[in-house]
Design a protein around this ligand. Sequence first.
Ligand SMILES: Cc1cc2nc3c(=O)[nH]c(=O)nc-3n(C[C@H](O)[C@H](O)[C@H](O)COP(=O)(O)O)c2cc1C
Length: 219
Amino acid sequence: MDHFELMRARHSVRRFTNVPLQEAAVAALREELALCNRESGLHLQLVTDEPEAFSAEKPHYGVIHGCRNYLALVGEKDRDEAIGYYGERLVLTAQALGVSSCWVALTYKKSKARFDLAPGEKLYMVIALGYGETAGTPHRSKPLSAVSDLTDDAPDWYRRGLEAALLAPTAVNQQKFRFTRNGSLVRAKAGLAPCAKVDLGIVKYHFELGAGRENFRWA
Ligand SMILES: Cc1cc2nc3c(=O)[nH]c(=O)nc-3n(C[C@H](O)[C@H](O)[C@H](O)COP(=O)(O)O)c2cc1C
């Protein structure tokens, strides 16, 4: 699968089967996780086979069913954008391995969670992982013009980057970000919204895959 196929195939999945993650998938995820932590200085962790992580009783937004595995997104404070960027890199790694996911800021049980926090670190949120009952459905999306300064004469790589950004998951599908371009310099800004900085990291990762890192630089 190429990057666009992967990004198009990924949807949030909130109902999982009880099939354990395949050993090869766990090994590949752990390998990518180690690379992400080395590169970022974050302390992302994979927890497998923990059926109690997501509470089913809470009736609010997006309850997760049957999930036994998750990524604990841990790091020092003020690393929101990096959490988004590297979390999404792992989401797409999982997708390529046939493992579905859902970013979860709200509905998990911290008390039952099994992960390490070093001094000065905090848990930002988690990403549920597993084999979905279904593959999910595409989200509604804003037009490119609502999230950027795209003009008809803009280079192809810019349009592709923006299309990739709009395929990204954002909290409550808010898509509150804005891209602007000056030649090959691209600036991405977060709006004012819950989780907007984590969303920004996520959409920047998608933009890089869509545009091609060789075509532009971040301002
Ligand atoms: C930072 C972040 C936090 C999220 N928190 C939750 C959550 O607590 N519960 C939930 O069910 N979905 C959560 N989501 C998933 C979004 O609702 C979902 O990504 C969005 O509706 C777009 O749908 P898609 O992921 O299927 O493309 C979160 C997504 C992001 C990026």
